[in-house]
Design a protein around this ligand. Structure first.
Ligand SMILES: [Fe+2]
Length: 280
């Protein structure tokens, strides 16, 4: 139930096959697609001991161009090789007319983009022959043409395509601060049963805005939002910590993940109290 992002800084430690507090790993799909060599051989060795998820950054679901069939072919080959329990990407675009950007760019939230992205998700799910999870992103600008917000847009995508949602609590907090909305209202809008995974990560406070850097521990405000939102997310779903810059030693990552465990355990105890109350 509790995972972390697999990063190359931890390969030497993990290849020693230590006993860890980690239940599963999330891997960035593009780092292992259409490649041979040390990274994929380390991953295959880890895969023998842990379940994994494939998390992509290059599908570009939000582009007005078609999804690249070669990209999907490579992703399908990786999925066949690793048998992940979840495949995900973002509600964003980063490819357009041959231009590739190394950022996840938000989309405008309106009927026209909804139709395009729903078609893309249908196509991807058909090609991969499986459901995908779509993640809410952190953004630093929005579009005056949007007629709805990101959570309403994601909910419509779930209705129209049967995709699931990868809910990033840190992204919601960052956007809520930068764009001044209530983060709990955002989570309330997402159909609970559609949430397939949760991301937690650290942002950097830039003074005038919050920046989703994944370079710090999870901030207390994000832990608080996670705890406040527990009733709005399903029980027993995979929860993971993303840490991409200033990657700490593995034990620090495990300690961070154990904070999530403690919060979930607290919920389970409360649930037990709720259930036993009528009997008493
Ligand atoms: Fe995320």
């Amino acid at each position: 139930m509790f995972g972390v992002g697999l990063r190359r800084e931890h390969y030497p430690y993990l290849t020693e096959k230590p006993i860890t507090d980690i239940d599963w790993f999330e891997v960035i799909s593009e780092n292992y697609m259409n490649t041979e060599g040390r990274p994929i051989s380390v991953l295959e060795s880890i895969r023998k001991d842990y379940p994994i998820t494939c998390h992509g950054v290059g599908m570009s679901l939000g582009s007005s161009n078609e999804i690249d069939p070669n990209y999907l072919k490579d992703l399908k080959a990786l999925i066949d090789r690793l048998d992940p329990f979840l495949v995900s990407d973002h509600l964003a675009w980063n490819h357009w007319n041959g231009i590739k950007l190394h950022e996840l760019i938000p989309v405008p939230y309106h009927e026209e983009s909804l139709k395009i992205i729903a078609n893309h998700i249908d196509y991807v799910q058909n090609e991969l022959q499986r459901q995908i999870a779509v993640e809410n992103i952190s953004a630093y600008f929005n579009y005056t043409t949007s007629t709805m917000n990101e959570s309403e847009f994601l909910s419509l995508l779930v209705q129209q395509t049967g995709c699931s949602i990868l809910l990033d609590i840190n992204n919601i907090y960052v956007n809520a601060k930068n764009f001044h909305f209530n983060p709990v209202d955002f989570i309330k809008t997402i159909p609970k049963e559609s949430i397939a995974q949760v991301h937690l990560a650290g942002f950097t406070d830039m003074g005038t805005y919050l920046f989703d850097t994944h370079a710090e521990p999870v901030h207390q405000e994000v832990w608080n939002l996670f705890e406040t939102s527990l009733e709005l997310i399903p029980e027993n779903i995979p929860i993971m910590i993303e840490w991409d810059e200033n990657v700490p030693e593995f034990h620090k990552l495990e300690a961070e993940l154990n904070k999530a465990r403690q919060i979930m355990n607290k919920r389970d105890k409360n649930e037990t109290r709720k259930i036993t109350k009528p009997v008493l």
